[in-house]
Design a protein around this ligand. Structure first.
Ligand SMILES: Cc1cc2nc3c(=O)[nH]c(=O)nc-3n(C[C@H](O)[C@H](O)[C@H](O)COP(=O)(O)OP(=O)(O)OC[C@H]3O[C@@H](n4cnc5c(N)ncnc54)[C@H](O)[C@@H]3O)c2cc1C
Length: 487
């Protein structure tokens, strides 16, 4: 991209080398910004797909949609590909696009402070950097949420969170307990049931299960995709349209799309769970898609195996030999997996972020995190988040979300390049948008009466509450009246 002679040279820090950080590095370069470092605390890129290696992990968005729009992949093995393949995809993209050498691995950003139009960044190792712009690509499902189970330390077997899978632990012939019924738990149960001696699924809330076929792409199909990349691009586009229709329906709890999903889930339960007692245990008491919709073609088969049990009695405590439920029963176990999800209110935290005039992010977000359009916070100029608070986090591709957000951010950055020194959203625009968002969120499917990780401390869904088409339109160009520019 050509620069005008007056253009400022800008230095950037990208925090995180997951899907969003890799995307940022690629797009910064494409836009002509070459002065940047990607900071990654781990020794490998990939974020979610590096950390979640549990048996059965896969995408639940079709792989041809869960790909960068500019990096179609003809080689996806299945409609919903396994996690290791997704990790390899991100590593391949980063290598091909020259991102690897731009990543500073193994160094966690611990502090950001804004003064005189620039951010000073500090890392755990004591390294310092001064940059004009920070892109925080620190993830949303990144900090494991651990349940507060009494007696956990007494357990004599192996106990770990699903995002910290201990591959040294033997599963074959073992007695395994899984706590939780979200997407990870459902994938784990389906993948391990045939290997274990006993599987106890500790269920607090039943889940609607959307049937999901996962056919493999044949070698002939993949060869065709390789020969005609336009077919892969077309698949991506067609799936994006399909998912838009789905996500447009999510924002109206009574939409025909939600009814169709509930009908499909209900038929799945009625037709595929034979035992009426088990069927009732597995029947949710809220609308389908109120919690993040779980997709599976093997979960119901798995829980009907003789070695499997769905335990609905609450957990009293963990003991040396297993889990004791409130009815006094001891479920003897060798392995206990906590598939209990993530803390979804963290975002950049625990980085200590000090904005203009010494304002601390921890204070601003004391009650709950929020940001103008999920991207930026008043008082914290030139700091942009990807997949930040209250963004579109339903069952669709977060890659598409991040691509749209980054396109928006780059338009703001072009104003910095043109000479403006500080840009951040106005307090007024942010407060108004948050009021409108909160009101609209109550009418979405996530606000239709269930307990889920979508809800904040007030019970308001922490999500983009309007259609995905509206999100796309909003991301196409910043409304500059909402942005304060200085210098
Ligand atoms: C089990 C699971 C399944 C999922 N399935 C889907 C799916 O089917 N479809 C979908 O769209 N999404 C899915 N997601 C969401 C997934 O997180 C996103 O799609 C995507 O991978 C997020 O990428 P990211 O780069 O924004 O964040 P992450 O992948 O979380 O990466 C953040 C990176 O930032 C680094 N980092 C964080 N803080 C610091 C710091 N202070 N200093 C340095 N580095 C830091 C982390 O180490 C990490 O590498 C899933 C998530 C999980 C956990």
């Amino acid at each position: 991209m050509e620069r005008s002679p007056a253009a400022r040279n800008l230095r950037f820090a990208v925090i995180g080398a997951g899907m969003s950080g890799i995307l940022s590095a690629i797009k910064l370069r494409e836009a002509g910004y070459d002065d940047f470092t990607v900071y990654e605390k781990a020794d490998r890129l990939g974020g979610t797909w590096r950390e979640n290696t549990y048996p059965g992990i896969s995408c639940d968005v079709p792989s041809h949609l869960y790909s960068y729009s500019f990096e179609p992949n003809p080689d996806w093995s299945q409609r919903f590909s396994p996690g290791a393949e997704i990790q390899a995809y991100f590593e391949g993209v980063a290598r091909r696009r020259g991102v690897m050498s731009r990543i500073r691995f193994g160094d966690e950003v611990t502090r950001l402070e804004f003064a005189n139009g620039r951010w000073t960044l500090e890392t755990k190792s004591g390294h310092r950097d001064e940059v004009d712009v920070v892109i925080a690509a620190t993830g949303v499902l990144h900090h494991p949420k651990l349940p507060d189970l009494a007696g956990q330390d007494d357990f004599e077997g192996a106990l770990f969170h699903s995002a910290r899978w201990d591959h040294s632990v033997k599963l074959d012939g073992a007695r395994v307990g899984v706590v939780g019924t979200g997407s990870s738990a459902v994938q784990i149960v389906g993948a391990i049931v045939d290997r274990v001696a006993k599987l106890s699924l500790f269920q607090r809330t039943a889940q609607w299960i959307m049937p999901q076929e996962n056919p493999r792409y044949s070698e002939a199909e993949r060869a065709e995709f390789r020969k005609h990349p336009e077919l892969v691009t077309k698949l991506h586009e067609d799936m994006a349209v399909l998912f838009s229709a789905f996500s447009n329906g999510l924002v109206d709890a009574n939409s025909p799309q939600m009814k169709a999903i509930e009908d499909a889930c209900l038929a799945n339960l009625e037709q595929n769970v034979r035992d009426p007692v088990l069927r009732e245990k597995l029947r949710p008491s809220y609308k389908a898609a109120c919690k993040r919709l779980v997709m599976s073609d093997c979960f119901y088969r798995a829980v009907q195996q003789p070695q499997a049990e769905v335990v609905t009695e609450g957990i009293e405590r963990v003991e040396a030999k297993g889990v004791r439920t409130r009815d006094g029963r001891l479920h003897e176990l060798d392995v206990l997996v906590l598939a209990t999800g993530f803390r979804v209110d963290r975002f950049l935290r625990p980085i200590r972020v000090v904005g203009r005039d010494g304002i601390e992010l921890e204070q601003v977000w004391e009650k709950r995190p929020s940001a103008y359009l999920s991207i930026s916070i008043p008082g914290f100029p030139n700091l942009f988040m990807l997949n930040g608070p209250n963004g579109p986090v339903g069952n669709f591709s977060l890659i598409e979300v991040a691509e749209l957000q980054l396109g928006y951010v780059l338009q703001l950055v072009s104003r910095l390049r043109a000479g403006c020194r500080e840009i951040c959203p106005s307090e007024e625009a942010t407060v108004q948008l948050e009021l409108d968002r909160t009101e609209a969120a109550k009418h979405t499917i996530w606000g239709s009466g269930c307990r889920s990780w979508y809800l904040d401390d007030r019970g308001v869904p922490m999500s983009w509450p309007w259609t995905f088409d509206r999100f796309r339109a909003e991301m196409s160009a910043p409304k500059l009246e909402a942005w304060e520019q200085k210098g």
